[in-house]
Design a protein around this ligand. Structure first.
Ligand SMILES: Nc1ncnc2c1ncn2[C@@H]1O[C@H](COP(=O)(O)OP(=O)(O)OP(=O)(O)O)[C@@H](O)[C@H]1O
Ligand SMILES: [Mg+2]
Length: 588
């Protein structure tokens, strides 16, 4: 085989192919440029999902007449000039290749009027060649980039595009992501002749999320805040009762740049562990600010991934912020209908009757309330008051009076009625006891006289066989038998009995998926495994239990430090106070 030197045109197309793989990547690059130019409004108009035409119009600082032709060349940028600048990138772009890449695979027209100049100028390029010289046209300050017939000269790539609808959805996702991150910028999206998204400039993330996802969803968000050393984490996450069926509504940013990072996604998923059913995902906007020198943004052709100097520290900061947000009593649901929740305005009222803390949510559900941002802020301070109140609460005696739908235990308490989720309560008790044994390094094991056979598909068997030592630390002793078969010889005594009734196959599979999702052996993983095991062994919804068993369960639950919510914030007890009942029946 002989070695050829590729022509310029071909190498440019190859390079462009790395940056631009579908209309959405054009939209992303053009929108990033608009943001870097300090625009206040960005309009995106697509025809046929962007395949026929993409127009991005902004009112930013514009490109000077003298530099217009330069802007579309490769490696030309106004954003960095020296190697040191790579360590302190604050703009979204820095490589100076987006416009050149787009120009290499489309017909492009740029019109721009720079701040301080009196005229706008136009440039038309087709497949990298300047078709018309720069000429004057009418336009206010800002830039319009029109990209037509994307991949007209790369038929192979064009064939792999999805339907216009699919491509449109990808583009609109890009616009919505940037809209979320830049609430002070006004965003408008048009598909064909229809305006499909409009988000006028607004003041904060929560207001913007209301524009993007609708007010109902915005109200079910919990603000995220936290800092560790030089790392700060902000944003918003959804309450566990709001579930999305995929990860698309999760957005991580590092210094304003959207990034995809498996480690961070894993940290988020672990924090919601046990709060969501399998296959459900939270909505989350996690904005991380770190010193520019602690992150390398130059590792991915489309700038979608970054590398951290100390990933672990960042994950810890995110994990702490998410846990903190999820363990606020704000996420504990209230049994009362909205019209009954009245005294939510003063934190003082909350202090005396803690289990009604879930009512904090009602303040934002009331349409007569001031804008969401303010509410959430007030809510945060209420949450603090509630957390204090939680500490001073007296538990008193409780009596189980029945089981509802073989799922919930009804408990008479000194202040009213409590409804306990039997599965979550039992899981939490087992988890606490098992974690204690683990932390003390003293997991009592049960030896099976007849080992239990577990059969696994190839990939799971691989994962498991690499983690036998780790599982043994958790009291699970498995022996590899070959061909995807394992023999379970020992299991933690605390969990062995109840688990035996249910069989081990499912729990072992759950453990394997926990193992394969995680990247390191750390405390998060240990907790994750422990909670899978506790979940596996706990009584389930639908299991009959006797009143005595139920009574014992509730007593053991009450003996825990915080029996009202699991550490991740999922409510275990749902209360209706006697006062509320009296009011409901007009006794008061
Ligand atoms: N909408 C715009 N408004 C003002 N200037 C722009 C705009 N789009 C591009 N430019 C100018 O053109 C230059 C080249 O843009 P291009 O997107 O190719 O590179 P970049 O943004 O510097 O880096 P990257 O390739 O990482 O996006 C920019 O540095 C900027 O000076
Ligand atoms: Mg750019």
């Amino acid at each position: 085989m002989s070695i050829n030197r590729l022509g310029d045109e071909l190498t440019r197309k190859i390079a462009a192919g790395e940056v631009i793989d579908r209309p959405a990547s054009v939209v992303k690059e053009l929108v990033e440029n608009a943001i870097d130019a300090g625009s206040e409004t960005v309009h995106v108009a697509l025809v046929d999902g962007g395949g026929t035409s993409i127009v991005v119009r902004d009112d930013g600082e514009g490109i000077r007449h003298s530099e217009l032709a330069l802007a579309i060349e490769r490696h030309t940028t106004s954003k960095i000039s020296t190697e040191q600048d790579l360590d302190r990138i604050l703009t979204l772009g820095f490589r100076g290749e987006a416009l050149a890449s787009i120009a290499a695979v489309s017909r492009m027209r740029i019109v721009s009027r720079a701040a301080g100049e009196t005229e706008a100028f136009e440039l038309v390029i087709e497949a990298d060649a300047l078709k018309t010289p720069v000429q004057p046209v009418g336009r206010g300050q800002g830039t319009t980039v029109e990209v037509s017939d994307l991949f007209f000269n790369l038929p192979a790539r064009a064939r792999f595009l999805g339907s216009p609808r699919t491509e449109y959805l990808h583009c609109s996702r890009v616009v919505q992501r940037f809209a979320t991150l830049y609430p002070e910028v006004g965003w408008f999206l048009q598909h064909g002749t229809r305006e499909t998204f409009a988000a006028p400039s607004t003041t904060g993330l929560i207001d913007r999320l209301g524009q993007v996802y609708g007010p109902e969803i915005a109200r079910s968000l919990i603000p995220l805040e936290g800092s560790r050393g030089e790392i700060t984490v902000s944003g918003a996450i959804s309450r566990p009762d709001l579930r999305r069926s995929n990860r698309r509504d999760q957005l991580f940013t590092v210094n304003g740049r959207p990034v995809s990072d498996r480690g961070l996604a894993y940290v988020l998923a672990s924090a919601y562990r046990g709060l969501l059913r399998p296959g459900a995902f939270p909505l989350a906007i996690v904005q991380i600010e770190i010193p520019a020198g602690d992150v390398d943004v130059n590792i991915h052709p489309r700038k979608e991934e970054v590398r951290f100097g100390n990933a672990r520290k960042i994950q810890d900061a995110v994990s702490a912020a998410v846990h903190q947000a999820l363990s606020s009593p704000q996420v504990v649901a209230s049994a009362l209908p909205a019209d009954e929740r009245t005294e939510t305005s003063s934190p003082g009222a909350q202090v005396t009757e803690w289990p009604r803390s879930g009512t904090t949510g009602s303040a934002v559900r009331d349409s007569a309330q001031p804008p969401l941002t303010l509410d959430l802020r007030a809510e945060t301070s209420r949450m603090r008051a509630v957390r204090e109140a939680e500490k001073v609460r007296i538990r008193g005696d409780r009596r189980v009076i029945g089981q509802l739908h073989t799922t919930y235990l009804l408990v008479e308490s000194p202040d009213g009625l409590e409804i306990v989720d039997q599965h979550i309560a039992h899981e939490r008790i087992l988890y606490e006891r098992f974690r204690r044994e683990m932390v003390e390094g003293d997991v009592a094991r049960q030896l099976f006289l007849l080992p239990v056979r577990i059969e696994l598909p190839f990939e799971s068997a691989e994962t498991l066989s690499g983690s036998l030592g780790l599982l043994a630390e958790h009291g699970i002793v498995l022996e590899e038998f070959g061909g995807g078969t394992f023999l379970l010889r020992e299991y933690p005594r605390l969990l062995a009995d109840p688990q035996t009734k249910k069989g081990f196959q499912e729990v072992i599979e759950a453990l394997i998926s926990a193992l394969s999702e995680s990247h390191s052996v750390d405390d998060v993983l240990h907790k994750h495994l422990a909670s899978e095991m506790a979940c596996g062994a706990a009584i389930r919804a639908g299991d009959h239990i006797t009143l005595e068993e139920a009574q014992r369960l509730v007593e053991r639950l009450m003996a825990l430090e915080n029996p009202f919510a699991c550490p991740h914030g999922r409510p275990i007890i749902f209360s209706i106070s006697k006062d509320d009942l009296d009011r409901k029946f007009k006794r008061k």
